[in-house]
Write a protein that binds this ligand. Sequence first.
Ligand code: BEZ
Length: 263
Amino acid sequence: MSDECELIVLRYDTPSLERLRSNSFGYVSANGRPLVDLLDPQPGERVLDLGCGTGVMTAEIALRGAEVLGIDGSPAMIEKALAQHPGIDFIVGDGHDFTVVQAYDAVFSNAALHWMSRDPGTVIANVREALAPGGRFVAEMGGAGNCAELTAAMLTAWREYGLREPDLPWYFPTPAEYAQRLEREGFVVRLLEYFDRTTPLDECPGGAADWVRMYAASVLDGLPPDIVDPLLRRVNELAAPALRRESGWMADYVRLRFAAVRR
Ligand code: BEZ
């Protein structure tokens, strides 16, 4: 690991990630490998992994011979990444607010851009600035309709309990919307896919309730403590017909996957 890091971090403020992403993200790595194939990192290429979490995909990219830097808004994630992948560079940084000293050949991102919801245009603009002309932006994120059954169950339960509609912390764009943003920020879109990926919630044996606690903990902040268990039990009841199978709970994930090139 080099002593000097090339990324200048101006600010990081991704509290949802901080809280939520220290759990098992096995699904991310299992489903992330084809995305690394799409990136097709070449030996010696400089790659930035944006929203790297604990660095599983970063390590996969490094294995293919690229020089990779992982950045993530969560100091806890970066601490784990550094411990788990000695020899790879990781640093705390937020997609909304970073610059690099030397341009990268590619920016990669898996299951992270939907968490950078405050200003997606700024995130894309920062990625563009981090890339050399002709550099690739290859990513997968939640697309429109992602977690629709899960969030519908939440909204209904919140309403039934007389609570204000929760502020959901994600950005799930339509393919058209995201392609437009990419083009507006100076990218040529080479590939854009939009597909369902119903995913076993292996890390959530308590179903939708566990999922809310794990991935949407911010919506529970400030609720009277005694309401949380019954509220989440109700989320489970509402979500079960769509998402509970004999084999266990499923998440109704919808993916947006793209490869774009900096003009
Ligand atoms: C996702 O990967 O699509 C996702 C995971 C947790 C919460 C929201 C979305």
